[in-house]
Design a protein around this ligand. Structure first.
Ligand SMILES: Cc1cc2nc3c(=O)[nH]c(=O)nc-3n(C[C@H](O)[C@H](O)[C@H](O)COP(=O)(O)OP(=O)(O)OC[C@H]3O[C@@H](n4cnc5c(N)ncnc54)[C@H](O)[C@@H]3O)c2cc1C
Length: 447
C-alpha cells in the first residue's frame, strides 16, 4: 500500500510554501492553491517595498520549494463560499488532507461612528496597494496631507514610512490607547521613520500624560530619555503621537470626507501586572484628512470554517505529533469535534502574529501534525493522484477559471525582470490580473 498522499494547501504565503516543503519532505504530493496569481502572500505584497534583500531572498527560497516536481501550483484561484471551489468541494474530492494557510484576509473595525467615511482605510488594503497587489494596486486612496494611523505596531511604522518617505505628506499622527512603553513596533523598524519624529511635540505629549504614567509606576524621566530625541523633523514632515487616546468617532466634512478623528482620553490602570487603558469620558479632536486602522486583521470567514471573534475555532485538544498545546485542526464547537482532514496554520491560525519566521515555524509544526495524521490513512497510487488532479482541473474548467501554473509564473517573472532592467530598478510588478494573464499568454505564444 502506498504511503504517499495528495494534500491540498490553500494559500501560498510563507506558511503555505514552507508547509508544502514539510509535506513533500515526508514524500507527499501537494496541490497548492493561491488566490493571487503570484505566490508569496505578504512576503510579496506586505513586506515594505524597499526591503530588497529580504524580498529577493524569500522569493528565491519560495521558487526553490515550488520547483519540486511534487508541488503542483495553481494561482489565481480563490477557495471559499461562492468561489470556483469550496472547502467542501475539495473535501469531497478525497484529498489526504486540506491545509488552510490563507493568512488573515478579513479586516477588523472599531465599530465607531463615521467609520464608512471616505478616507478611512484598513492598513492591509493600503499595504496591498503600495505593494502592487491587484485589485488594491489600482484603487484610489484619499490620503490628503495629514493622516491618523490607529495602532502602534510594525505595520503602523511601514505605513508611516510610505506616507512620509514616499507620499511625502505633511504629518502622520499615531493614535494609541496606551502609552509609549506599550508600543508594539520594534526599534530597528522605527529607524525608517525616526528622522520625521517631532521631538518638541513628543516631549509635550509625554509631559501631558506624565501623571498617568506615574500612576502605573512608569518612570517619566526614562521614558523621556528613550522617546525624545534631538533635532527637527526632516524636510518639515512630522511624525507625532497621541497617547492614551481611544478613537470614538470619525468626523466628516460637508463633502463627506474625513475632517477629524474624535478620541476619548484614557488613563492607565494596572491589572495583573499589565497596563490597561480606561476611558475618562473626556474627548479630544485630532484634525486629519485620512484615518488608517493598523490594528491587526482577522481571518476570512468566507472560507467556511467554524469562526468566532475574528479567528477560526481550533481544536482545544493536544494532537499526536503536536509539540505544543496549540492545535492545528479547525473545531466544530457545536458538534464538539475537530473537522476531519482539515488543518490550519500560519496567520490563518493566529491572525497578524509575528514575522515570516513565525509563520514558517508555525506551518512546520502544523505539518508535523498533518504528517502524523496521514500515517494512519491509506495512501494513493500515482495514477489515483493524477486522476484527482485532473478532476480538480475539470472542476476549474467548468467554472471558466483562468488558472496560472508555476510554468506561467516563470514566464511572468521573466517579463517583469526584463521590465525592471529596462526601468533600471530592482523590482517591477504588473498591477492588474488581466495584464499579467495577457503577458503570460503572449510569452507562451512566442515560444
Ligand atoms: C505590512 C506588513 C509588513 C510586514 N513586514 C514584514 C517584514 O519586514 N519582515 C517579516 O519577516 N515579516 C513581515 N511581515 C509579516 C509576514 O508577512 C507574515 O508573518 C507572513 O506573511 C504570514 O504568512 P501566511 O502565509 O500565514 O499569510 P500570508 O502571507 O497572508 O499568505 C496568505 C496567502 O493565502 C492566499 N489566500 C488568501 N485567501 C485565499 C483563499 N480564499 N483561497 C486561496 N488562497 C488564498 C493569499 O493569496 C496569500 O498568498 C509583515 C506583515 C505585514 C502585514
Amino acid at each position: 500500500m502506498s504511503e504517499q498522499h495528495l494534500v491540498v494547501v490553500v494559500g501560498a504565503g510563507p506558511a503555505g510554501i514552507y508547509g508544502t516543503r514539510k509535506l513533500t519532505e515526508a514524500g507527499h504530493r501537494v496541490v497548492l492553491l493561491n488566490r493571487d496569481i503570484k505566490p508569496g502572500g505578504l512576503a510579496e505584497y506586505g513586506i515594505f517595498v524597499d526591503k530588497e534583500k529580504m524580498k529577493t531572498g524569500l522569493r528565491k527560497q519560495f521558487k526553490r520549494i515550488l520547483a519540486d516536481p511534487k508541488v503542483f501550483y495553481l494561482g489565481h484561484v480563490k477557495v471559499g463560499q461562492n468561489q470556483a471551489v469550496t472547502l467542501n468541494d475539495l473535501k469531497s474530492m478525497g484529498f489526504g488532507a486540506i491545509v488552510v494557510t490563507a493568512g488573515a484576509q478579513g479586516t477588523k473595525k472599531l465599530g465607531i461612528e463615521g467609520e464608512d467615511t471616505v478616507g478611512v482605510y484598513h492598513a492591509k488594503d493600503v499595504v496591498y496597494h503600495y505593494n502592487s497587489l491587484p485589485p488594491f494596486s489600482e484603487q484610489t486612496f484619499e490620503i490628503g496631507r495629514r493622516v491618523a494611523i490607529i495602532g502602534m505596531g510594525n505595520v503602523m511604522v511601514d505605513i508611516a514610512n510610505w506616507l512620509l518617505n514616499l507620499k511625502k505628506i505633511d504629518q502622520v499622527v499615531v493614535v494609541a490607547r496606551r502609552g509609549p512603553l506599550e508600543k508594539a513596533y520594534d526599534d530597528n523598524e522605527f529607524e525608517y521613520v525616526e528622522q520625521y519624529l517631532d521631538n518638541v511635540d513628543m516631549k509635550q505629549e509625554i509631559e501631558r500624560i506624565a501623571p498617568q504614567l506615574t500612576a502605573v509606576e512608569q518612570n517619566v524621566g526614562e521614558i523621556m530619555q528613550k522617546f525624545v530625541k534631538q533635532g527637527e523633523p526632516a524636510e518639515g514632515r512630522r511624525l507625532t503621537f497621541r497617547y492614551l487616546c481611544s478613537p470614538t468617532k470619525v468626523i466628516a466634512n460637508d463633502q463627506g470626507r474625513v475632517a477629524a478623528l474624535e478620541a476619548e482620553e484614557n488613563v492607565m490602570i494596572l491589572q495583573d501586572g499589565k497596563t490597561v487603558a480606561k476611558g475618562t469620558g473626556k474627548s479630544r479632536r485630532i484634525d486629519v484628512d485620512c484615518v488608517i486602522y493598523a490594528i491587526g486583521d482577522q481571518v476570512d470567514a468566507s472560507l467556511g470554517l467554524p469562526f468566532s471573534r475574528g479567528a477560526f475555532v481550533t481544536n482545544p485538544e493536544k494532537l499526536p505529533g503536536d509539540p505544543n498545546p496549540a492545535a492545528y485542526q479547525p473545531y466544530d464547537p457545536e458538534a464538539k469535534k475537530a473537522l476531519d482532514a482539515i488543518f490550519v496554520a500560519g496567520w490563518s491560525r493566529n491572525a497578524s502574529v509575528g514575522l515570516v519566521g513565525v509563520a514558517k515555524q508555525d506551518a512546520e509544526r502544523g505539518m508535523r501534525v498533518v504528517n502524523e495524521y496521514l500515517k494512519e490513512k491509506p495512501g494513493l497510487s500515482s495514477g489515483e493522484m493524477e486522476a484527482k488532479i485532473e478532476a480538480l482541473m475539470d472542476a476549474f474548467k467548468k467554472k471558466n477559471a483562468s488558472i496560472v501554473t508555476k510554468e506561467d509564473i516563470e514566464l511572468l517573472e521573466s517579463a517583469e525582470q526584463e521590465e525592471a532592467r529596462a526601468r533600471k530598478t530592482w523590482d517591477f510588478k504588473y498591477t492588474n490580473d488581466q495584464k499579467m494573464l495577457e503577458v503570460i499568454a503572449a510569452r507562451k505564444a512566442a515560444r
